[in-house]
Design a protein around this ligand. Structure first.
Ligand SMILES: Nc1nc2c(ncn2[C@@H]2O[C@H](COP(=O)(O)OP(=O)(O)OP(=O)(O)O)[C@@H](O)[C@H]2O)c(=O)[nH]1
Length: 404
């Protein structure tokens, strides 16, 4: 019997370890959303009497199909007797302080603008050639002609008047001039609540627009995480009905943080109808924010007017459109600016999301786009990771540019 004692002890240890493992996986499970329950909830919303009666009058043609679920077998695509895997809900990173990642990302994408400016400014007795070099550096970094001249004039005056020499003072002078250029006085907050003209609380509605491939769907996904991390309840509207995979992509982003997506399962469905239903559902659920993704558009003014105009009109039947975010790809530089101008004219843009800032050393586009449109950069994309979207802060941004 004594010979068997070590064996009994080992078995007891294994048993206890097994119980511990079950405990961990149960606590993970308590943070999950079973898809079947979610589906039942959406079905409830769909069969709600309130929807079918009221909507017919106000809803645009085609909208009745939007919340129609596909037949269960095509949605789940597995034997109904087989357990459906549960979706584990992520806890997104807190948004504050994410911009510090910019330093590391800029370092990877080549010599950053700030470092090049510092190198010239630190020379003894700056000559005309040095000032020309500074200006050229700013132009190459997409700062734009007007802001570049403004910055050079300011630095020239300060160097002449103050005779700044030591590296720390040169750095401080450049930092404060760049911060001023990026403009810390602009309101960069995102509205997360709204009220109707009668004072009734409704969700804040954020419409996300831009040309193809700038990162709209990814941005909506990342922004969902930012809003969830800040404690908001969110619903997504997949109004990009042009690219079939966009709604699936968005649904996956939402599921990862327990957020529902209102979408159509019909090819080429009316995007305005999807947007309308997303806002209506958001209102019914009492969420804080409805985020609406749209299809990428070329800068064709007439087409833009029609589609985006229709989307905005139907949204405002349900709730005020609180924010129109224009997604711009930072790597497209001045070309991006031409697109931006057209969007700003037709879509009433209230904020810019500058994506792929990790892929360029030309941080100057932040300044150019704000100047050109008179609209603040509110968020920046810093990579392909789920939490690589940061609220924009001028001081942190300039510190990123000026990394040594
Ligand atoms: N490096 C980097 N890649 C990004 C960033 N934001 C988006 N992307 C990538 O850009 C590509 C296009 O993103 P999407 O979100 O599909 O673009 P979209 O604008 O919705 O595209 P359309 O619907 O076709 O107009 C994807 O590969 C994204 O991972 C970013 O901040 N940094």
């Amino acid at each position: 019997m004594n010979d068997l004692l070590p064996l009994w002890i080992s078995l007891a240890v294994l048993l206890l370890a097994g119980l511990g493992f079950v405990g961990v996986s149960t606590s993970r499970r308590s943070k999950t959303l079973p898809p079947a329950e979610r589906r039942a909830e959406i079905e409830d919303a769909r069969t709600d009497d309130d929807r079918t009666d009221d909507d017919a009058a106000t809803r645009p043609a085609g909208a009745t199909d939007v919340l129609d679920l596909p037949p269960t077998e095509t949605e789940v695509g597995v034997d109904p007797d087989v357990a459906v895997p549960e979706v584990v809900v992520d806890v997104p990173e807190p948004p504050a302080g994410r911009l510090v990642r910019l330093r590391e990302r800029l370092a990877r994408s080549g010599s950053p603008l700030g470092a090049r400016l510092l190198a010239v400014l630190s020379r003894d007795n700056l000559t005309e050639d040095d000032w020309d070099e500074l200006e050229e550096t700013l132009l190459l970094a997409d700062v734009g002609a007007g802001p570049a001249t403004e910055l050079i004039d300011k630095l020239r005056t300060q160097v002449r008047v103050q005779g700044v020499k030591d590296p720390a003072s040169v750095r401080a002078m450049l930092r404060s001039a760049l911060v001023e250029l990026v403009d810390p006085t602009l309101d960069r907050s995102l509205s997360t609540s709204a009220t109707t003209t009668d004072g009734v609380k409704v969700p804040a509605v954020v419409l996300v627009v831009g040309v193809n491939g700038t990162g709209k769907t990814t941005t909506v996904g990342k922004l969902t995480r930012v809003l969830v991390a800040d404690g908001n309840e969110v619903i997504l509207g997949a109004a990009d009905t042009f690219r079939a995979a966009a709604a699936d992509q968005l649904t996956t982003w939402g599921e990862r943080v327990g957020v529902e997506t209102v979408r159509s399962f019909k090819d080429g469905a009316d995007p305005a109808a999807v947007a309308f239903d997303a806002v209506k559902t958001g209102k019914e659920r009492g969420v804080d924010v409805v985020l609406v993704d749209t299809a990428g558009r070329l800068q064709n003014k007439a087409g833009l007017m029609d589609e985006l105009g229709k989307i905005s009109r139907v949204i405002t039947k349900e709730a005020p459109l609180t924010e129109v975010l224009l997604v711009l790809d930072a790597t497209t530089g001045q070309n991006g600016l031409n697109q931006a101008r057209v969007f700003a004219e037709v879509a009433g843009v209230t904020g810019i999301v500058l994506t792929k800032l990790d892929g360029t050393a030309k941080g100057g586009i932040v300044v150019a786009v704000q100047r050109e449109l008179g609209v603040p950069v509110k968020l920046v994309g810093l990579g392909e990771g789920p939490d690589d979207l940061a609220p924009f802060d001028p001081e942190e941004f300039v510190d990123g540019l000026l990394q040594g």
